[in-house]
Write a protein that binds this ligand. Structure first.
Ligand code: ASP
Length: 325
């Protein structure tokens, strides 16, 4: 019996991705193909300044992309970290597992691999992202917190780089008509990051995870925090223990909060989406990062051509502020 396809994506800009992902699924595409198409859509949108082309650069002015894709069928995964001058990084990530015996390629050699696979060298900066970099750079003179090469010796301790408007990831989960699952993540990471920094998004188990018998999960938020708790893996394991997707996301975030000292909590936001094998979906976010009025936690769900935008389900240490969805 064919299964009703479902597609889930992080953030308001995930609505367009969910629409494309669901359309592909409704035409009979596999979950893996739908994830790649939806990821590419966001990666190619210059208006989304935290993913792919148009993403904000690192402290040296270079855009460095992180992406991963994982297929429930065969439990396969591919990832790229710190990929420069290449468009459609989620497609490069897919080539990693399809064309090499490996799971993750990083930096300059990931770029060379992409070139060999037919991804042409590209400028990832738009005039808007370049202008934002120049503005940011002006604020850094004499107190460069991000990188040693850019200015005089750093005289100040490192400041948290995570601000409401300098990061985001498109996290994606799909269930296809065969009942198979796949997940994906693609991002330019935190803007103004130290060159070479790789976030949670391409780390299997951290930014994303799928088990074809249970469900999938993907994350967005402060990757330097989230990768310390393997939150996507934990979310899927929570679903295996019988939790709903929303409960599973919330518990994984509570675990993260519990493990980190309270003074760290003000410096990050973390959010997760999850999709269970039976088609049930959910999401949750930490309270501190995503209650900013301009920056509410939102995620898109598509079970038809018109995705629905969900909002909220915030977790604080020990409890959930809003009704479980
Ligand atoms: N998780 C991404 C990173 O830390 C950023 C985000 O999703 O907001 O690179």
């Amino acid at each position: 019996m064919p299964v009703q396809p479902v597609f889930v994506a992080t953030w308001r800009f995930g609505v367009a991705a969910a629409r494309v992902g669901w359309k592909r699924l409704s035409q009979g595409a596999t979950a893996l193909d739908a994830i790649e198409s939806a990821g590419n859509l966001t990666e190619e949108d210059p208006e989304v300044n935290s993913v792919g082309y148009g993403g904000l650069p690192n402290a040296a002015g270079e855009v460095e992309l992180d992406a991963a894709i994982m297929n429930g069928v065969g439990h396969c995964a591919g990832a790229v970290g710190g990929l420069q001058r290449t468009r459609k990084p989620i497609s490069v990530a897919r080539r990693v597992f399809e064309q090499t015996p490996h799971t993750m390629l990083v930096g300059e050699n990931a770029r060379k691999f992409a070139l060999r696979q037919g991804f042409p060298e590209a400028n990832l900066l738009t005039s808007q992202s370049q202008e934002r970099y120049i503005e940011w750079r002006k604020t850094q003179l004499g107190a460069d917190v991000a990188h040693f090469d850019l200015g005089p010796t750093n005289s100040q301790p490192p400041q948290p780089l995570f601000t409401p408007d300098n990061h985001d990831t498109i996290g994606l989960c799909a269930l296809d008509a065969n009942g198979d699952l796949a997940v994906g993540c693609t991002t330019s990471g935190m803007s103004w990051k130290v060159p070479g920094r790789v976030g949670d998004s391409p780390i299997i188990g951290s930014g994303l995870y799928v088990d074809n018998e249970i469900g999938g999960a993907a994350g967005t938020g402060h990757g330097d925090e989230m990768m310390k708790a393997c939150v996507s893996f934990r979310t899927v394991m929570n679903m295996e223990r019988g939790m709903t997707p929303t409960e599973a996301c919330a518990e994984a975030l509570r675990y993260l909060i519990r493990k980190r000292p309270p003074e760290a909590h003000d410096h990050y936001g973390a959010a997760l989406i999850a999709l269970r094998k039976d088609g049930m979906v959910g999401g949750a976010a930490t309270y501190s990062g995503f209650r900013h009025p301009d920056r509410l936690w939102q995620w898109a769900e598509a079970t038809s051509a018109d995705p629905v935008l969900h909002e909220g389900c915030y977790v604080t240490p020990g409890r959930i502020l809003e009704q479980l969805g």
